[in-house]
Write a protein that binds this ligand. Structure first.
Ligand code: AMP
Length: 512
């Protein structure tokens, strides 16, 4: 019989070997061993079966982060079903679309959204709806409590689906990315290897778990190695400052790191046991990287990935190889190339679309063969939609999303180049550069600057002074035609700046 290629089998082996070790330390300080975690997962897997879930069925969960929510994810893998997490911020119309599209057998939600979700679930033929509250109570937990604590892991092949994750797509409808057990296993192995994750690690887990970063990257790497997880419902500065001295590993989005740096209490002593800080999901500013090194002695390791592909590149483990503003090299077993829009591969140093191929790449968009076909090359490379360039030695830098590229007077402007200049100006926390319809140029370059905390606006020079300052540093066509100052840039839950929202907000700026 072939080996079970379920992602869960990696974690199951660890539970069998390291049963007495601590798997989770909860916010109240209580601990759960690997053996206890295994029993919870088995009971939850039996509860899924009791709720009518068969292998291949979707389990949709729209609940706050909690330990039972993580157990539900692991139990879904164990039962051979497909985990479909939904961000708690979705609107009713979005939920109607996701539930209709995913057609889950089981929907897990909170009492507070039951009134909204019941008619949606009924309309789309969802068999069972169960509750899971943020405090870990609810009908799902009651059902699991009555189940046996042994469950035979359902064998899965590498190309069987493990998860369905809707992309955060800022244009058009979100698409369901079909992620297989093979995708998860290969990416877990590549990351554990590259980041040297071991059973001696203690991870500070403050990311949400409806997204690949907190769900797959953070949980699969640590649980497959028998590491300890300090489980936080969300990132809060006070909690992070309290827990970091007992941690060796942290995975975060750039805003976690800027928030840590905003505290004078954060420094070398807080990081005395730290081995590695990882950042991703949005670009880490070079200034943040530099300030972090100065304050703590640690170079944050930046990596790049996306829902459809898991992690693609990573800066190297050796601290001196972690370069600010780059996302490093393709992970083991993964090929990356830079291509023209038509697919022709570009030479090192040229900017083009990042394409990727490997065991990490998803198997396509759920029930959307046309979209799947459009985003893959004939030779199997997936077109990420990110623009970047590669050094001759394979190091990758990201320039932005292809759809954020600005074409002004027929010339290309890569927002990042302009943003880097603006970020270096006094009083600027972060700049976002977008293209706005312009009567003469097609699009005009517009800069939106967020004030640095504490700066009352006086710290940022006037619009004309900024445009003049940039004129000496950038070709004229790249210089912003308008500069607007705001308190904060709009971001999504993963800290990504929402450029589509900025384009909508300032869409009329060139209309007289
Ligand atoms: P998601 O599917 O929500 O994980 O978003 C994936 C997108 O986030 C990628 O296509 C990139 O545009 C962006 N992204 C992820 N990691 C980085 C990074 N280190 N630097 C810049 N952009 C990133």
């Amino acid at each position: 019989m072939p080996d079970n290629q379920s992602m869960y089998s990696l974690i199951e082996k660890r539970i069998a070997r390291d049963g007495a070790k601590t798997a989770f330390v909860l916010p109240d300080g209580s601990e759960l061993t690997y053996a206890e975690l295994g029993a919870h997962i088995s009971r939850m897997a039996n509860a899924l079966v009791a709720a009518g879930v068969s292998p291949g069925d979707r389990v949709t969960a729209q609940v706050e982060k909690s330990l039972p929510n993580a157990v539900l994810y692991l139990a879904t893998l164990k039962a051979g079903a497909v985990f479909n997490p939904l961000n708690s911020g979705y609107t009713p119309a979005e939920l109607d679309y996701f539930i209709g599209d995913a057609e889950p057998t089981l929907l897990v939600c909170q009492r507070s959204s039951l009134e909204l979700l019941t008619p949606i679930a009924d309309r789309h033929g969802v068999k069972t709806t169960l509750l899971l509250e943020p405090d870990g109570s609810g009908s799902l937990i009651d059902l699991a409590a009555h189940q046996k604590s042994d469950h035979a892991t359902v064998p899965r092949a590498a190309d069987d689906l493990a998860s369905l994750i809707y992309t955060s797509g800022t244009t058009g409808r979100s698409k369901g990315a079909m992620i297989t057990h093979g995708n998860l296993v290969s990416n877990t192995e590549a990351l554990c290897d590259t980041w040297r994750v071991t059973g001696d690690d203690t991870l500070l887990h403050a990311l949400p778990i409806f997204h690949v970063h907190g769900l797959f990257v953070a949980l699969n790497t640590t649980l497959s190695q028998g590491a300890r997880i300090l489980w936080q419902p969300r990132f809060d500065l006070e909690g992070a400052l309290r827990l970091l001295p007992g941690s060796t590993l942290m995975m975060g989005v750039p805003t976690f790191y800027t928030r840590l740096l905003s505290s004078p209490a954060f420094g070398r002593d807080t990081c005395r046991n730290m081995r590695l800080f990882v950042s991703g999901s949005a670009p880490l500013l070079a200034e943040t990287h530099t300030e972090f090194v100065q304050r703590t002695g640690h170079a944050i390791l930046e990596r790049y990935g996306m829902t459809e592909t898991g992690m693609i590149t990573s800066n190297p483990y050796a601290a001196e190889g972690r370069l600010a503003g780059t996302v490093g090299y393709a992970l083991p077993g993964i090929s990356v190339r830079i291509a023209e829009p038509e697919g022709k591969e570009l030479a090192p140093g040229e900017i083009g679309v990042i394409e990727v191929k490997g065991p990490n790449v998803f198997s396509g968009y759920w029930r959307n063969p046309e979209k799947t076909k459009a985003e893959f090359r004939q030779d199997g490379y997936f077109i990420t939609g990110d623009l970047g360039m590669m050094e001759p030695d394979g190091r990758v830098s990201i320039v932005g999303r292809a759809k954020d590229l600005i074409i002004t007077g027929g010339l290309n402007v890569y927002p990042k180049e302009v943003e880097d200049e603006l970020n270096a100006l006094p009083g600027v926390a972060e700049a976002a550069v977008v293209g706005i319809p312009h009567p003469d140029f097609g699009e005009g370059v517009v800069a939106i600057l967020a004030r640095a905390p504490g700066a009352d606006g006086a710290g940022i020079a006037s619009e004309t002074a900024i445009i003049e300052a940039l004129a000496g540093r950038l070709a004229k066509f790249k210089c912003p035609k308008r500069v607007l100052v705001v308190d904060e840039l709009p971001r999504n839950a993963m800290g990504k700046v929402q450029k589509a929202e900025l384009r909508a907000r300032y869409g009329e700026v060139f209309k007289s």
